[in-house]
Design a protein around this ligand. Structure first.
Ligand code: GLA
Length: 740
């Protein structure tokens, strides 16, 4: 719901409220973001700014003299005394840089706005309203639109900004953020980001916000595993179930930037948008630039509720298309099973065993296209390798159908190998500075997605691949970051390259996903190097990490769970010793961790024992029974300490859920565990089963408040029959079912 009263805008969701006003002088002043209020009176929490301190710059706001340095602004600008970090920085047509944006008009509408050329959230079943506040630069006449979306049920507010050049010549955007949030000085805040690397994604980094800038960014071209665009600002005492927490994300797959600037008095300015260091955009007269969409949510009760808001929003308002609510197939992926050593018969044999275990789809990973026997060649040449697949992929998909399996395929469309026919024909299509030496990453180069001909080539090539057989699933990979940045689509100003690349990618993905709506797309970037809401607008799931060791994955998936629902995290059971860590982890643990995501297997089933295959059959039977509940349920991090992690997923509509307990190391003395559940109906009766034949029935209230003590871990004693025998990296799963 969005209301305007006496120049004050109230943006209300079920539990939260965001308030700003237009001052007498026309400035957009932020007033409040937090729990919903029951009175419209904003006077109590307005800043009482009436004089200008010391060396500050004075701005005449009609009835008061203010300094922009202490003003809580909706979108701060350069040149009028706000010497903190600012959100918009423009070099005007006359070469000056000052902006003085004042209110022109506003427009409140039902439904969700769209952002031209960019993916963004949509209303779905939520009740959504949009607001556009038009501001005009007193100096130059250019227009700034502040765009807001209010998602009532999701408790989410989205933001974006649009610049329209009304000047007598071209202007240069040096920086334009998507969102800004000015917070009051009454709390000590922490900045919480998720940092990582290849096979080491989503490690929480929590830093106290001190005077100055606390920031994170991607410089990689894609959103990157270095810092995920999801982050939080929270009061320093916040934990899972206590404290004020703001969650932020960006619907963007490129270089992003998040920062919290604290002034010496403790006011904190958060902002999020395209990384300005890797950006610069020229707008001709009449030209328009629109930012990616930023997402914000608030919880007054800790991380858990913030995460639930984000999960719901991603599931309902970001993920779209035929696969939105469909149960995701259990797949077998050929990568860690066979690497490049594949052919039709070998894959069919793998698929046959997989199908006997209950799996539903075979993914031919890398190595299926002409000449691709290792990672040194052939990217860009998207024709089927006739030696490995003499009868084409259609023959394999027909054979798979006869055993009840579907076919999926891996592609890496944004890349080109130097050793490829495509490079020999079109070296100018690769990202490299003409005439200069360039660097490789995984032996390959990026294709220049700013070039229309390249986009056309990729779209046509993928169209052919996706139609060459009955393809039901596509893994869209991207295995290197940028170097030698240069695009043919922005020859005069290479600061435009990175953003134009992302726009080009979205154009291709938009075309292909709408032409092939039945295909389940999973994106990937050497694991989680492009795990973001922009990709999730096209691909309902993303491969979480190339690290398939469950004892690492449990942390990586915990990291993702702060901002993303588990249904969008691809998670596989792989072979042991694990290929990334050489660690041996029980098969049950590998499954229990993967089961919370979009489950797959990535191991050579034909090397497993009958006993292991029997276990896998049982795992998949279990998964299929509860997959809907787990995938559509609400995910909770129940607890975490240095030796134990507990998760839970609960489908409220069905009254069914699953809880998982993971023990890192066996420590003889520390053998007790209690699971305190979340999200249940307090008065409903539930049965809790699993583990060491546990079967306990009581109310949701008891399960949530007192919890359930599970069987003691084995310590060595006489009566050990019912003990929980643990080895290092052990898990147990418990099922929870409402008894009506
Ligand atoms: C990347 C992916 C892997 C696999 C390989 C294939 O590393 O993350 O899952 O697809 O590429 O080359």
């Amino acid at each position: 719901m969005i209301r305007e009263k006496n120049n004050v805008f109230y943006l209300e969701t079920e539990n939260t409220e965001y308030i700003f006003r237009i001052t007498e002088g026309g400035y957009a002043e932020h007033l409040y973001y937090g729990a919903k209020l029951n009175d419209d009176n904003t006077v109590p929490f307005e800043d009482k700014l009436f004089f200008v301190r010391g060396s500050c710059i004075e701005v005449d706001d009609v009835s008061r003299r203010i300094s922009m340095e202490h003003f809580k602004s909706e979108f701060s600008e350069n040149g009028k005394g706000d010497v903190r970090e600012i959100s918009v920085d423009i070099v005007h047509a006359d070469g000056t840089r000052t902006c003085d944006f004042v209110f022109m008009s506003s427009d409140i509408t039902e439904g969700k706005y769209e952002l031209e050329g960019l993916p963004s959230s949509y209303a779905g079943n939520d009740s959504v309203m949009s607001l556009v506040v038009k501001m005009k630069d007193n100096n130059s006449g250019s227009i700034l639109e502040l765009i807001y979306g209010v998602f009532e049920k999701a408790n989410v507010i989205t933001r974006a900004a649009r610049i329209i050049n009304n000047e007598n010549g071209s202007i240069r955007l040096r920086k334009i953020m998507s969102s800004q949030l000015d917070l009051d000085e009454y709390k000590q805040y922490d900045f919480v980001g998720f940092a990582g690397a290849w096979a080491y994604e989503m490690n929480m980094v929590r830093r106290p916000i001190k005077a100055g800038i606390t920031s994170q960014a991607s410089f990689c071209l894609n959103s990157s595993s270095r810092f995920n665009p999801f982050c939080m600002v929270c009061e320093s005492k916040a934990c899972e179930d206590y404290g004020e927490v703001y969650g932020f994300n960006l619907v963007y797959s490129g270089n992003h930037y998040e920062s919290a600037y604290m002034d010496v008095f403790g006011k904190v300015r958060f902002m999020q948008g395209i990384n300005p260091s890797e950006f610069g955009f020229v707008l001709e007269r009449g030209g328009v630039f629109v930012t990616p969409e930023a997402v914000m949510t608030y919880s007054g009760s800790g991380f858990r509720d913030m995460s639930r808001n984000m999960h719901r929003f991603v599931r309902e308002n970001i993920v779209r298309g035929e696969w939105k609510y469909k149960e995701r197939p259990v797949l077998i992926n050929s990568w860690e099973s066979c690497y490049f050593d594949i052919d039709e018969d070998k894959l069919f044999t793998l698929a046959k065993t997989a199908s006997e275990c209950g799996m539903e789809l075979l993914v031919i990973d890398d190595g299926w296209f002409a000449g691709r026997n290792d990672d040194t060649s052939s990217l860009g040449d998207w024709s089927v390798d006739a030696d490995k697949f003499p009868s084409g992929l259609a023959n394999l998909s027909d054979r798979l159908k006869s055993i009840g399996m579907d076919l999926g395929i891996w592609v890496e469309p944004e890349m080109i190998s130097e050793n490829s026919d495509l490079y020999r024909a079109h070296p100018e299509w690769a990202v490299r500075i003409p005439g200069k030496k360039h660097a490789l990453g995984r032996n390959q180069m990026l294709l220049d997605l700013t070039d229309n001909d390249v986009r056309q080539y990729i779209t046509d090539a993928m169209r052919r691949v996706f139609s060459c057989a009955d393809i039901k699933y596509v893994k869209w990979d991207m295995n290197r970051i940028v170097s030698d940045s240069y695009g043919n689509g922005s020859t005069d100003n290479q600061l435009e390259f990175a953003h134009r690349y992302v726009l080009g990618l979205y154009e291709i993905l938009g075309t292909l996903t709408s032409e092939f709506p039945h295909i389940l797309f999973e994106s990937c970037s050497g694991g989680g190097n492009r795990f973001d809401l922009g990709m999730l607008c096209y691909t309902p799931q993303i491969w979480g990490s190339d690290n398939t060791d469950a004892s690492c994955r449990v942390h990586i998936q915990t990291g993702y769970s702060y901002g993303y629902p588990m249904s969008c995290v691809g998670a596989h059971v792989s072979q042991c010793p694990n290929h990334q860590t050489r660690r041996v982890v029980p098969l049950s643990t590998r499954f229990d961790v993967a089961v919370f995501g979009a489950l797959g297997y990535e191991c050579n089933l034909d090397e497993l024992s009958q006993l292991e295959l029997g276990q896998i059959r049982e795992q998949i039977r279990f998964y299929k029974k509860y997959r809907k509940n787990i995938q559509s349920g609400d995910f909770y991090r129940l607890m975490e300490d240095e030796n134990e992690i507990q998760w839970m997923s609960y489908d409220d509509a069905a009254g069914t859920g699953a809880a998982m307990i993971y023990r890192k190391r066996v420590v003889p003395g520390a053998s007790f565990s209690r699971i305190k559940l979340c999200g249940l109906k307090p008065d409903a009766v539930y049965e809790f089963t699993g583990g060491e034949h546990e079967k306990i029935m009581t109310t949701g209230d008891v399960f949530m408040k007192a919890g359930v003590k599970i069987s003691e871990g084995f310590v060595h004693g006489d009566n050990e029959n019912d003990a929980r025998f643990l080895v290092d990296d052990s898990t147990r799963i418990y099922i929870l079912e409402e008894r009506k």
